[in-house]
Design a protein around this ligand. Structure first.
Ligand code: HPA
Length: 261
């Protein structure tokens, strides 16, 4: 079985996989460098979303190349981490939230593989964008390890790279958002188009702008990720080790997905 970890802020290396190989995949959207390692019987690819040293801001990540590369590598499931701000009192800084819905407020990102040209017109179902089986597996593993994990939440994705205004945070709360970040979209939607199961693991680094009286800084986000990232990784690797070779989850896998990659 082949799985992938997409690491957000705070996850840049693949040291946790032991000895790794660097893999370069050429896609029609650009080339992607990943690390490949093993956990037991599973091949795990690690992809650093922001690149080494956090070079790529959220709006410039090549989401299509990343997901197309994972499709080419025949990955069955993706575990993606995101640093997020909290919109709810119960999602305290340091907590992990397993995302099950999104609200997309991005503005300027290529957001589909199916944009005409040589690929067909496809409207992919997005009712349940995140794989329920992978989400439940992480939750169950979290409970077994005594690690508190919130089992659902709505991810609001902004364009960034600026943080939100206090009024935007209030609007997102009113709309039912649970956490806010800048990198969850279009990644999950592209994974759905490609027919790859996707789990979104949000690590809360701060309360949303205006909820706490202090201004937000990128440094506080990075510091919080460094404190809690390891815990998140331990949970995901333990989950990966427990997964069966195949699962049924209802994530739609349309035949057109095979044209991606
Ligand atoms: N807003 C947007 N993105 C973020 C935040 C936030 O408060 N915290 C970490 N990533």
């Amino acid at each position: 079985m082949k799985l992938a970890l997409i690491g957000g802020t705070g996850f840049y290396a693949a040291d946790f996989l032991g000895s790794v190989q660097i893999v370069e995949v050429e896609t029609r959207y650009g080339s992607v460098q990943l690390s490949s390692g093993r956990r037991g019987e599973v091949t795990v690819y690690f992809l650093s979303r922001h690149g080494k040293g956090h070079r790529l801001p959220p709006h410039q990540v090549n989401y299509r190349a990343n997901i197309a590369a994972l499709k080419r590598l025949e990955v069955q499931g993706i575990f993606a981490t995101n640093a997020v701000g909290s919109l709810k009192a119960e999602f305290k800084p340091g907590s992990l939230v397993l995302i099950d819905q999104f609200l997309d407020f991005t503005k300027n990102r290529p957001s589909t593989f199916f944009q005409g040209e040589d690929l067909p017109v496809v409207h992919t179902d997005m009712s349940h964008p995140y794989c329920p089986y992978l989400r439940q597996s992480i939750f169950t593993q979290g409970q077994a390890m005594g690690m508190p994990v919130h089992d659902h939440g709505t991810y609001v994705c902004t364009e960034g790279p600026r943080f939100e205004s206090a009024a935007e945070i209030t609007m997102f709360q009113t709309l039912g958002g649970g956490v806010v970040g800048m990198t969850g979209l279009p990644e999950v939607a592209l994974a759905r188009e490609a027919g790859i199961c996707y789990a979104g693991v949000s690590l809360v680094t701060n309360f949303g702008a205006g909820i706490s009286p202090e201004p937000l800084t990128h440094e506080e986000v990075v510091e919080m990720m460094q404190k809690n990232g390891e815990r998140c990784l331990t949970l995901l690797l333990a989950t990966i080790e427990q997964l069966p070779n195949a699962w049924s989850c209802g994530c739609e896998k349309r035949p057109e997905a095979d044209q991606i990659g």
